[in-house]
Design a protein around this ligand. Structure first.
Ligand SMILES: [Zn+2]
Length: 248
């Protein structure tokens, strides 16, 4: 059925459709709301993994630095020890006091260097031990967080895709209904709705507007009962008699 040739509905029938359309619109609003939490949630889950990943890589990098420094110090230590050994052997063969003093100085220098290197090695080995423990801890935490978060991320993504599918269906049904209502009325409905937190059509409640509770004069109530388009003078919403609409 093309737009131009669509069957003419009575106002009562169109108001009944508007109520249904409003039901779909509320559903859409709720679905969009549910979806709106996903980006933040996803970001949080991804950030958590990323921050552990960074921490882990920093610790590993520092651990490698420490290991490299230890290796290099161990070479230095060996060379100092060799030097000390050589100097000590030379001390046996010195022939005068001057030479003796010079070799003694060499020996002291080697000994000082060895003490210094060993001191530094103790500090570094301590750090290495701490770092290895930290790396193992963070690795474990990373593995667990990454496993849990990735599974939640994929859950959320599946959920989002499902919601997208539902939104698409609901919107199609909504648009199909909207196509049956006159454009003027739909435009009015959309306009009221955008200013009234999604509620454009309200029922009569105790002879008053269900949107703002303003009492309605008898004549208005009659018009509403007759299925005419009545807009609340106070809040601007369309007022309908839901019971009567559903009987028709
Ligand atoms: Zn009202």
């Amino acid at each position: 059925m093309t737009d131009g040739a669509k069957e003419k509905l009575s106002m009562r029938e169109m108001l009944k459709l508007l109520l249904e359309i409003q039901g779909y619109d509320s559903k859409l609003l709720e679905l969009e709301m549910r979806k709106s939490f996903f980006p933040d949630l996803l970001k949080q889950l991804k950030d958590e993994i990323e921050s552990l990943e960074q921490e882990l890589s920093q610790k590993k990098e520092r651990l490698n630095e420490v290991k490299r420094e230890i290796d290099s110090l161990e070479l230095d230590l060996e060379s100092e020890k060799n030097g000390l050994d050589t100097s000590q052997k030379r001390l046996m063969k010195v022939s005068n006091n001057k030479e003796y003093d010079a070799v003694q100085t060499e020996i002291r220098t080697h000994e000082n260097n060895i003490a210094e290197i060993e001191q530094r090695l103790i500090v570094l080995m301590d750090e290495q031990e701490t770092l290895e423990r930290e790396v193992a801890d963070i690795q474990e935490k990373y593995d667990e967080t990454s496993r849990v978060n990735r599974s939640r991320i994929s859950e959320i993504e599946t959920n989002a895709a499902e919601i997208d599918g539902i939104i698409e269906k609901v919107r199609a049904e909504r648009d199909h209904l909207a196509s049956k209502v006159s454009r003027r009325l739909i435009r009015k409905y959309d306009m009221i709705r955008s200013g009234k937190q999604g509620v454009a059509v309200v029922p009569i409640v105790d002879r008053a507007c269900g949107g703002c509770r303003q009492a309605l004069p008898p004549q208005r109530i009659q018009e509403i009962s007759a299925g005419k388009l009545v807009i609340c003078e106070n809040c601007g919403r369309i007022i309908v008699d839901v019971e009567k609409l559903n009987k028709s």
